[in-house]
Write a protein that binds this ligand. Structure first.
Ligand code: MG
Length: 369
């Protein structure tokens, strides 16, 4: 238990290496809210995975900023002695806003672990020193451009290729990549762009030997996913639909998926992510760690999470260089065998470089006792 004396909020802007296109739109730049907390013993960092618009999620950077500055931050500083799990309970009366909560809860957890010199991976019961990495490939301008990107990532040793798809840019493109690379782990992610009426697309994808089809249907429709899963052999994976351990339990009982993509930043932080892992692990359902184009702060957090035993599929924990010309922290690099080392230092094991942080800061605020 520790007392949080100060909470710093920063809005960060970082250029991306290349525009990232999904069925929801194009990102050319990363903007996110970073939280830093200060206790008597240590500092702690948490990254909010919201984006500039409420498209992937109902939250966005300005809403997360307001939720933290108006409600979560003042409640945290007024609470006296806390732990991360106490903070989780403290914020629970406010509904939703899981991305904003994650940044606060993860920052407190990081400070707690730094104070006792324990790494996040150890605290989570991680059993891997390095995790297998895949890469998520945005929708390209042309099939040839997509092929070139995929070839490049495979040459870097990524162990799984995930293609973003949208109606009209799906079967033909995925089939082209499958023809080029008959044996790779290949998956697709639709970000909820389809409906059950698109059964033809899924039956065609079902012939391509995919590792999984991720979030094909509406994010609020578990029942539709259960109906689709019953029609195809390929495993469905849910991402946006799984906001909590309760969602995961419901999805598994309904047969809405056979794989879960856990994004700690989206589900309210590492503690809820661990609870989702535990539900899936008990059911024998494989999980993997998704990515939200995190900076090194969120990436370090994700790597620790992905070291847990149930994370048996390659994770979207790609190298910093896949996203940013310059990351906020020391860059994370892919090992020659397509893995990434799990940080071993106290807490998340990294901190932002002060100069890079300063250069990337667009807005700041501080809440103090
Ligand atoms: Mg996804």
């Amino acid at each position: 238990m520790t007392t949080v004396r100060r909470l710093d909020l920063r809005l960060i802007g970082l250029p991306l290496v290349r525009p990232f296109r999904t069925s929801m739109g194009v990102s050319t730049r990363k903007e996110c809210v970073l939280v830093r907390v200060e206790t008597d013993e240590a500092e702690g960092w948490g990254e909010c995975v919201a984006d500039v618009e409420p498209d992937f999620s109902a939250e966005w950077n300005a809403s997360a900023w307001d939720a933290i500055a108006t409600f979560f931050g003042p409640a945290l500083l007024a609470a006296g002695d806390v732990s991360a799990s106490v903070v989780e309970g403290l914020l629970a009366p406010w509904r939703g806003n899981r991305m904003a909560k994650a940044a606060v809860i993860d920052a407190v957890l990081d400070a707690e672990l730094r104070a006792r010199g324990e790494s996040l991976a150890t605290a989570l019961g991680g059993d891997k020193q390095a995790v297998a990495c895949g890469v998520s490939v945005g929708i390209a301008e042309t099939t040839d451009a997509l092929r070139a990107q995929v070839d490049g990532y495979l040459a870097e040793a990524y162990r799984r290729i995930k293609l973003k798809i949208e109606p009209g840019l799906d079967v033909e493109r995925v089939a082209a990549i499958r023809t080029d690379h008959p044996d790779i782990l290949l998956s697709v992610d639709a970000n909820a762009a389809y409906g059950l009426e698109d059964a033809d697309v899924f039956h065609a994808l079902d012939e391509l030997g995919l590792l999984m089809i991720e979030q094909p249907l509406h994010h609020e429709d578990l029942l539709a996913h259960a109906k689709l899963q019953a029609q195809i052999r390929t495993d469905l994976c849910l991402d946006e639909s799984i906001r909590s351990a309760a969602d995961a339990a419901a999805a598994l009982e309904l047969g809405a998926c056979r794989i879960v993509n856990i994004k700690q930043g989206r589900v309210g932080g590492v503690l809820e992510a661990r609870a989702i892992h535990d539900v899936c692990f008990a059911a024998g359902v494989p999980v993997w760690c998704g990515g939200m184009l995190e900076t090194g702060v969120g990436r370090a957090t994700n790597l620790a999470l992905a070291s847990m035993p149930g994370f048996v599929l390659p994770n979207d924990t790609s190298a910093s260089a896949r996203y940013f010309p310059q990351d906020l922290t020391e860059p994370f690099a892919l090992e020659p065998d397509g893995t990434m080392r799990v940080p071993t230092g106290p807490g998340i094991g990294v901190v932002p470089d002060p100069d890079r942080l300063e250069g990337a800061t667009l807005r700041r605020d501080t809440i103090e006792l």
